[in-house]
Design a protein around this ligand. Structure first.
Ligand SMILES: Cc1cc2nc3c(=O)[nH]c(=O)nc-3n(C[C@H](O)[C@H](O)[C@H](O)COP(=O)(O)OP(=O)(O)OC[C@H]3O[C@@H](n4cnc5c(N)ncnc54)[C@H](O)[C@@H]3O)c2cc1C
Length: 295
C-alpha cells in the first residue's frame, strides 16, 4: 500500500531537526533507516503527518570507546556494528546481535537508534542493551539532555520513555573489562526472520572464575524486551562451569518471560527455548570471558 501523504524534512543539523520536531507537533516522526517506520506507514498502522529525516545530520554515526564507555551514535547502521573490528574483538554480544538482525539489506539501512526507539519486543538490540546495562541519551527542546537506563527506556510494546519532541542521540555501554564476555543467541524459523526467542548474556568473572555479575536480556517473550533480573541475581558468586547452576539460571530466566502463542510457536515451547538458549548463551559468554576474546 502507499502511505498517506506527509510533509518531509531533511535537516542538516540536530538543532534544526529538534526545532522542526517541535514545530510539527505530536504527529511528527523521526526517520532513521526507515526499515520499521516505512512498513508501518505503508500498512497504515501509523500515519505521521511530518517526517524528519536524520540521514543528513552529521556526527550521529560512530562507534568509539571514551570515558570508560563504548559509545554508539544513534544513526550508526546495524551493518556498521556488524563490521566493526572493535565490537568483533571486545563486545561479542553486540557483534552477535548485529549479525542476527534481519538480512544485509535491512542491516545496511537500519540504525542502532531506530532499532531501540522502535521498541518492538521482537527487535534484537533491546535485549542486548538490557544485558549490557546500556544508557540511552536523548536531546529535546532547548537542547536539554536526558539519559535513561535501558530498563527504564523500554516502557511497553512500541513505546519508549522518549517524549515526542526528543531525539535519541547515543547509546552507551560500559567499556570492555578483562574477565568479561557476552553472547546473543536467537532462535528463528529461517535466517533473517524475527526471533521466536532470543537471549543476550553478558558476564563478568571474579579472579577465581566465579560469576561477579551477569546481565541477561530476553527477546520476543514479553510486551517489551525483558531483563531477567532473578537469574542475574542468582548467578552472582556461582560457578558457571556447574551445569546445575546454568540450568537454574535458565529456569529463572524462563520464569521472567510471558510469551504468547503465535505463528512462531506455542507459549510453552518458547518458555522451554528460553531455558535452552540461556544455558548456551551463558556458556558462550563464559568461554569468551576466559579466552579474552569476543569470538
Ligand atoms: C524484512 C525486515 C526484517 C526485519 N527483521 C528484524 C530482526 O530480525 N531483528 C530486528 O531487531 N529488527 C528487524 N527488523 C527491523 C529493523 O531492524 C529496523 O531497522 C529497526 O527496527 C528500526 O530501525 P530504523 O533505523 O530502520 O528506524 P526507522 O524505521 O526509521 O524508525 C523506527 C522508529 O524509531 C523512531 N526513531 C528512529 N530513530 C530515532 C531517534 N534517533 N530518536 C527518536 N526516535 C527515533 C522512528 O520515529 C520510528 O518510530 C526488520 C525489518 C524488516 C523490514
Amino acid at each position: 500500500m502507499i502511505p498517506p501523504s506527509f510533509e518531509y524534512y531533511e535537516p542538516a543539523t540536530l538543532q534544526e531537526a529538534l526545532s522542526l520536531l517541535q514545530k510539527s507537533g505530536e504527529n511528527a516522526k523521526i526517520l532513521a533507516g526507515g526499515q520499521s517506520l516505512i512498513p508501518v506507514m505503508k500498512l497504515r498502522l501509523g500515519q505521521p503527518t511530518h517526517l524528519i529525516d536524520l540521514n543528513r545530520v552529521e556526527n550521529l554515526s560512530y562507534i568509539r570507546e571514551a570515558d570508560g564507555m563504548l559509545k554508539i551514535g544513534a544513526m550508526t547502521r546495524v551493518a556498521d556494528l556488524e563490521a566493526s573490528p572493535l565490537l568483533k574483538s571486545k563486545y561479542g554480544v553486540l557483534h552477535d546481535t548485529a549479525m542476527n538482525i534481519a538480512d544485509p539489506l535491512v542491516r545496511n539501512r537500519g540504525t542502532a537508534g531506530g532499532n531501540v526507539s522502535h521498541a518492538d519486543p521482537a527487535n534484537d538490540l533491546p535485549a542486548t542493551m538490557l544485558a549490557l546495562e546500556a544508557r540511552m541519551t536523548a536531546v529535546g527542546p532547548g537542547a536539554s539532555r536526558r539519559s535513561f537506563r535501558a530498563q527504564d527506556f523500554f516502557v511497553d510494546s512500541f513505546t519508549t520513555a522518549l517524549s515526542h519532541d526528543e531525539i535519541l542521540t547515543e547509546i552507551a555501554v560500559p567499556a570492555y573489562a578483562p574477565g568479561s564476555g557476552g553472547a546473543y543467541l536467537k532462535l528463528e524459523k529461517r535466517v533473517g526472520d524475527f526471533a521466536i526467542v532470543g537471549v543476550a548474556a553478558q558476564i563478568f568473572l571474579n579472579h577465581d572464575g566465579t560469576c561477579q555479575k551477569a546481565g541477561l536480556g530476553l527477546t520476543a517473550v514479553g510486551p517489551t524486551a525483558l531483563k531477567a533480573t532473578g537469574a542475574e541475581d542468582y548467578l552472582k558468586g556461582k560457578s558457571l562451569g556447574d551445569p546445575n547452576v546454568l540450568a537454574k539460571a535458565g529456569e529463572l530466566a524462563s520464569d521472567k518471560s510471558s510469551p504468547v502463542a503465535d505463528l512462531r510457536g506455542p507459549a510453552e515451547y518458547k518458555k522451554e527455548m528460553i531455558k535452552v538458549l540461556t544455558v548456551r548463551a551463558l556458556k558462550r559468554a563464559q568461554q569468551r570471558a576466559v579466552g579474552g576474546s569476543a569470538m
